[in-house]
Design a protein around this ligand. Sequence first.
Ligand code: 6GU
Length: 225
Amino acid sequence: MRIDIITVLPELLESPFAASIMKRAQTKGHLQIEVHNLRDFSDDKHRNVDDYQYGGGAGMVMSVGPISKAIDSLCAKYRYDEIIYMTPDGDTLAQPLCNQLSLAQNLLILCGHYKGVDQRIRDLYVTKEISIGSYVLSGGELAAAILVDAVVRLIPGVLNDETSALTDSFQDGLLAPPVYTRPPEFKGLKVPEVLLSGNPKDVAAWREAQALERTQLRRPDLLSE
Ligand code: 6GU
């Protein structure tokens, strides 16, 4: 998969992709990420990319010029499955969309800032608008990093058996069951006997029951969908 990200804060997107699974996905050739500084596409001598909003009001709006130039130059080179705009008024990210996006060849992600982008960019170019939850971030960069992480780990070959995505919370519509490692007793709390039993059938049944109980307790909305 190839992912291009357009942002005014490229430095915010360096470390998330330079460690752990994101890094390995790139070294192993499953993933190519390129972060583009929107200011490089500004014709302004001060490299401005925003302007006052029509109708007045506080807050700047990201202008059509630099963004359309950036998107046009990338679209001339790659055929994007989706052009995604990260915005608090987008569809809330959830596992089914991550699964769907993990099948894409090329993704283009535009990070919003200030009051957001001129509506005409959304009308002309954007094919998907994504939010990561009901709260406001200073910009779309951290949200983009979260989206990329959630999608890339689903690309076949990125995770090994040990870190398999199949047993994740949400992947089967349930939260994950509790997990334990050594020692068998800590501050008076014992690891559930069944996990020490060596009986895979009993272990699987216990995990399923725990997953269901946890989901009923913490996220009943997942069961009623
Ligand atoms: Cl994608 N962007 C911003 N600025 N805030 C958010 C968000 C995105 N998702 C939730 N809050």
